[in-house]
Design a protein around this ligand. Structure first.
Ligand SMILES: NC(=O)c1ccc[n+]([C@@H]2O[C@H](COP(=O)([O-])OP(=O)(O)OC[C@H]3O[C@@H](n4cnc5c(N)ncnc54)[C@H](OP(=O)(O)O)[C@@H]3O)[C@@H](O)[C@H]2O)c1
Length: 322
């Protein structure tokens, strides 16, 4: 990858933009004349090499978070992997040429950036980024930040620790594939159980699930086993609370929130990626990319249509970029 000095950064770039709320296929347009963002003092400018998309992008595009959204037009995209081409005056660690990745929005729903990662360049706070593990390609790295940080934050919030058991609802999705791996290989779970439809059960096992439950055949709340923690990535807390041990925790990232379940919204933080780096470099924790992708930048609308089916396995990645 060629290292660019600020002198060779263009003033205009290609980016995917929407100017009104709706489905990607109706509102998301490729624009070749978007202004390259300025960097604030604590930010770096990243030349985007790969990005990934998340349900939050699609929900935000539909206008579901209108109340706390930034004004339109919007360049969507939370997850990025790329190369630093410019640094702000207060940037401490990162330098031009560094290969980085991260979730560009510190608060997912609270005024997320108007210019996200589905653009040739994006400006990101240094604290939201981490150096890309050398063993991962840019597409693999771009698949990770939002989902692995969410998986990690949820486990921490439940006080998950060695020897505890966990049931993961939605084990085959972007977040679920990381919850299974972190619970088993980072936090030292005694038992990991996870749900998916039939064709994905083997994947769950390969990631570290001891028990893979086909939700089309079995009701997880009717199992004799109860769990220390239930991590709901689907939106089934009404049933999740029946599968937890007395005194255990039910965390959801999708709601509704039936007590004693609780919900949280991710706070993006590059230091979580740094902390997990040894596990990524050793291959104990792996990126999981949907086999229908990566989708080239030009097919971002198709990538959204696929994500919106709710059937993606792991992550939908956008790569290569122009
Ligand atoms: N609160 C937060 O901070 C936060 C952060 C990240 C994500 N989220 C939310 O969490 C949810 C999951 O995100 P994601 O990125 O993992 O989504 P995703 O990748 O789109 O999830 C797709 C997967 O969900 C599985 N699935 C669908 N219905 C299921 C069911 N009834 N039981 C088990 N698995 C089911 C599908 O497997 P099958 O085809 O086998 O059904 C598919 O593989 C979304 O609602 C997202 O908005 C919230």
């Amino acid at each position: 990858m060629e290292i660019q000095s600020s002198a060779s950064i263009p003033s205009k770039m290609k980016a995917w933009v929407y100017s009104e709320y709706g489905n990607a296929s109706n509102v998301l347009k490729l624009d070749s004349n978007v202004t390259v963002p300025e960097v604030k003092e604590d930010q770096v400018l990243v030349k985007v090499v790969a990005a990934s998309i998340n349900p939050v992008d699609a929900k935000r595009m539909l206008g579901m978070f209108k109340v706390s959204d930034s004004p339109l037009p919007t360049v969507p995209g939370y997850d990025v992997a790329g190369v630093v081409v410019k640094v702000g005056s207060q940037v401490k660690k990162l330098k031009i040429g560094d290969e980085v990745y991260g979730d560009v929005n510190e608060k997912a729903l609270d005024h997320p950036k108007r210019c996200g990662s589905l653009a040739e360049y994006t400006a990101v706070e240094e604290k939201l980024l981490a150096l890309k593990p050398k063993n991962l390609g840019f597409a693999e790295a771009a698949s990770l930040p939002l989902v692995i940080e969410t998986a990690h934050e949820g486990l921490e919030r439940t006080g998950f620790s060695t020897g505890k058991s966990i049931l993961v609802l939605g084990g085959a999705g972007g977040v679920g594939t990381q919850i299974i791996q972190l619970a088993k290989h980072v936090f030292g779970a005694s038992i990991v159980a996870a749900t998916s439809s039939k064709s994905k059960l083997e994947l769950l096992k390969s990631l570290g699930a001891d028990l893979a439950i086909d939700y089309t055949k079995e009701n997880f709340e009717d199992l004799p086993e109860k769990f220390d923690v239930v991590y709901d990535a689907v939106g089934q807390t009404d049933r999740a609370v029946k599968a937890v041990k007395e005194g255990g925790s039910v965390v959801t990232i999708a709601g509704p929130v039936i007590p004693p379940a609780f919900i949280f919204i991710l706070t993006s933080n590059g230091s979580v990626l740094d902390k997990l780096k040894p596990y990524l470099e050793s291959g104990k924790v792996k990126p999981v990319l949907d086999p229908n992708g990566p989708f080239p930048f030009s097919q971002t609308v198709e990538a959204f249509s696929y994500l919106e089916t709710g059937r993606a396995v792991g992550k939908v990645v956008i790569y290569p970029f122009p």
